[in-house]
Design a protein around this ligand. Structure first.
Ligand SMILES: NC(=O)c1ccc[n+]([C@@H]2O[C@H](COP(=O)([O-])OP(=O)(O)OC[C@H]3O[C@@H](n4cnc5c(N)ncnc54)[C@H](OP(=O)(O)O)[C@@H]3O)[C@@H](O)[C@H]2O)c1
Length: 330
């Protein structure tokens, strides 16, 4: 079978096509014929992990070394990227109960990766659900990560109808779903992204759009009940005047400083910092399917690429300014 592999950290060009043995399902596993997989933040980060500095690492610095050990210090341990997929169950191992051959599924693999391949075996109890029936494989492959993360993270934000919500990073995987969910929960949503993504976030339902390359939202005099910052690049001190008196600044990515701010703002009755974490789970993925099937979540594709052009797909995501999801189809 064909896979997109890499054996050293580096730029998109380290990705290459490799012939690998087709796996066969063990007891409790399903064999998936992968139709599509996305290119997302995790793939770009993992591809270049050996070269990531502590300031580029979007988590507390003390986690960088354990993360390096887990990814592989000098060379990547897991040589096939891909944290989400859409495909068809081709065969099942002994004792598999949830899925039958022929079932169309989508799945979230997280940092275990491996979806950049024509076939993949997964234990049936991993984060796998039936694919939304109204979406193509290419569309469905772009939803599990952003969808499940946004659902889990927004749960911590406790959005209420009528609230004013600002989403920083609204054109990315998590932000695009968070925007649509916030609208679904009845909020008035302002999306922040760069110039190329402005029409994209409007199509997803944003009421207002701010281009961060031209406007600093902290200077426009508007206030929000919730600021949802995906990459964690904002500062609480600068955001204070943009938060309503009981407003919350939710960091999806955070360092020690934000964790400490969460600690001391927890004691206050006023504005709060929340460093939100979520864990991949099947219930959230099933909710993603149901929201997609009822038209509450849509997927807009920027571009799809064949496996041979995986490097171009990575470059498109890495350069920023996406106008939709970027997907590799097998
Ligand atoms: N807390 C958790 O449980 C959890 C779980 C998963 C992931 N994460 C974190 O989530 C982050 C990745 O999110 P993602 O996959 O949605 O990323 P993504 O797809 O790469 O999207 C990033 C977004 O941020 C925007 N952006 C880039 N630079 C910006 C700036 N200076 N100011 C404002 N916006 C900017 C981008 O817009 P343009 O492209 O237009 O520049 C894009 O909309 C990572 O840091 C990861 O560690 C956290």
């Amino acid at each position: 079978m064909k896979a997109i592999a890499y054996s050293e950290y580096g730029p998109p060009e380290v990705l290459h096509i490799r012939e690998m043995e087709k796996p066969s399902p063990k007891d409790g596993e399903i064999l998936i014929r992968v139709h599509a997989t996305s290119v997302n933040f995790g793939d770009i980060t993992a591809r270049n992990f050996g070269n990531i500095s502590s300031s580029q690492f979007n988590m507390p610095g003390f986690l960088l070394f354990p993360a390096r050990l887990s990814f592989g210090l000098r060379k990547p341990k897991r040589q096939v990227l891909g944290s989400e997929l859409s495909g068809v169950v081709e065969a099942v191992g002994k004792d598999v109960k949830k899925f039958k051959p022929g079932a169309e599924i989508f799945a979230l693999l997280g940092m275990e990766m491996g979806a950049y391949a024509e076939y993949l075996c997964l234990p049936e109890n991993k984060v796998i659900a039936l694919k939304p029936s109204n979406l193509s494989h290419a569309e469905a492959a772009a939803l599990p990560y952003g969808g499940a993360m946004a659902i889990g993270l927004l749960r911590k934000a406790n959005i209420q109808p009528g609230q004013k919500v600002l989403i920083i990073g609204a054109s990315g995987s998590i932000g695009a779903v968070a925007l649509q969910l916030a609208k679904y929960y009845g909020a008035e949503v302002t999306a922040v992204c760069s110039t190329p993504g402005m029409d994209y976030v409007r199509t997803l339902g944003a009421d207002h759009v701010i281009d961060y390359t031209r406007e600093d939202f902290t200077q426009n005099g508007r206030q929000y009940d919730l600021i949802f910052d995906v990459l964690g690049r904002s500062s609480f001190n600068r955001c204070k005047s943009s938060l309503t008196p009981k407003g919350r600044l939710v960091y999806v990515s955070f360092k020690m400083k934000q964790l400490l701010q969460m600690g001391w703002t927890a004691l206050s009755r006023g504005r709060k910092v929340i460093c939100a974490m979520t864990v991949e789970n099947t219930a959230d993925l099933e909710q993603v399917r149901s929201l997609a099937e009822t038209g509450k979540l849509k997927v807009i594709l920027d571009q799809t690429f064949p496996p041979e052009q995986a490097a171009a797909a990575h470059r498109l995501v890495e350069n920023g300014g996406r106008k939709g999801s970027v997907v590799i189809t097998f």
